[in-house]
Design a protein around this ligand. Structure first.
Ligand SMILES: Nc1nc2c(ncn2[C@@H]2O[C@H](COP(=O)(O)OP(=O)(O)OP(=O)(O)O)[C@@H](O)[C@H]2O)c(=O)[nH]1
Ligand SMILES: [Mg+2]
Ligand SMILES: [Zn+2]
Length: 318
């Protein structure tokens, strides 16, 4: 039997059965991972061997009636973050995605461009399209609205789609629905930006738990605690995820980072050195593009910060 993992709590997995010859339709089965399951080398550094969105094959256990996951199909793509529990390990947030809706807000808790850039570069690395959704429009005053226009402009100018909504007031959701139709979308963003609220506004029967941010901020509390995939009435699936505070960058060599910065990628072949890190090297085309205003101030300074972080935390990269 084949299915898709829709929830993983560590030891148990909820798997939605793909309609199959024996007529089982979309049922959800709880299963465990087969005891002898071996991770191939590429998965050794993962803190979770099975992720939401994984396509799996199930088998009946020998001893009892429980189903086990016997096989995981190769992933088309996935989104990772550094594991909050195991340093140096990565956690697969979800796999086999059509797109990510990155929920941000210029109201509380404000999303920084540093966070957005880290997220975008990870998604670029795995070839997953990202739409940036600016939430909480109802809370913006003139000043935060101007800030939002500026930030959104940075991303629009390099080709990212932006949408402006109020999840709480259910305003401007038509465009979001259209984007989600018939696709598997991951909803990502800081805790408290309104991911679950937005999903409830789009499909009220989901009835996901949401929480006032005064109860979240500072306490490291997340209202949504596990990623979970839900089918959408109008077609497609959505994966609500717990808020991400920090987004570790993994897997890349330092000189690769600029390859996932879409506007840097266009010029970096013209750098004098082919391993140029675009910091202070001579004849650097990226630095030149920045000086000419083709790479924004924010993006370039976030890039330099990412490189600093990267060097401090990933000393073993050579
Ligand atoms: N004013 C206003 N409040 C909103 C909006 N969207 C969400 N909120 C509020 O923000 C708070 C947090 O919303 P959640 O949906 O729980 O946030 P979340 O992103 O799912 O948070 P985690 O599950 O912890 O990652 C709740 O009190 C919501 O009512 C909005 O558009 N406007
Ligand atoms: Mg939530
Ligand atoms: Zn360079």
């Amino acid at each position: 039997m084949k299915g898709v993992v829709i929830k993983s709590t560590g030891s148990w997995y909820d798997v939605r059965i793909i309609p199959f010859e024996d007529g089982i339709k979309g049922d959800v089965i709880k299963c465990r991972l087969k005891g002898v399951f071996r991770l191939d080398e590429s998965k050794e550094k993962d803190s979770n061997p099975v992720a939401v969105g994984d396509k799996v094959t199930l088998e009946k256990g020998d001893a009892d009636d429980t189903w086990t996951i016997a096989e995981i199909e190769a992933r088309e793509n996935y989104i990772v973050r550094s594991s909050p529990k195991h340093k140096g390990a990565r956690q697969i947030i979800a796999a086999n995605l059509d797109q990510v809706l990155l929920i941000v807000t210029m109201a509380n808790p404000r999303t920084s461009t540093g966070f957005i850039d880290r997220f975008l570069l990870t998604a670029e690395a795995y070839h997953i399209p990202v739409v940036i959704i600016f939430n909480k429009q109802d809370l913006l005053d003139a000043k935060t609205k101007a800030k939002q226009d500026y930030v959104a402009g940075i991303y629009q100018s390099i080709g990212y789609k932006t949408v402006f909504v109020s999840a709480l007031k259910a305003e401007h959701l038509e465009e979001v629905k259209e984007l989600m139709k018939d696709k598997t979308s991951l909803i990502a963003g800081h805790s408290g930006v309104g991911k679950s609220t937005l999903m409830n506004a789009i499909q009220p029967q989901l009835n996901l738990r949401t929480e006032n941010i005064s109860r979240i901020t500072g306490k490291g509390m997340h209202t949504t605690t596990f990623a979970e995939m839900h089918p959408l009435d109008f077609g497609g699936n959505v994966i609500d995820t717990p808020g991400i505070r920090e987004f570790g960058i993994m897997d890349f060599k330092p000189e690769e980072i600029s390859h996932y910065y879409v506007e840097m990628r266009e010029v970096l072949n013209n750098c004098k050195f082919n391993n140029c890190l675009h910091e202070n090297e001579p004849d650097c085309a990226v630095k030149q593009a920045y000086l000419e205003g083709k790479v924004s101030e924010e993006r370039y300074s976030n890039y330099l910060n990412i490189m600093l972080d990267y060097k401090a935390n990933y000393k073993h990269w050579e």
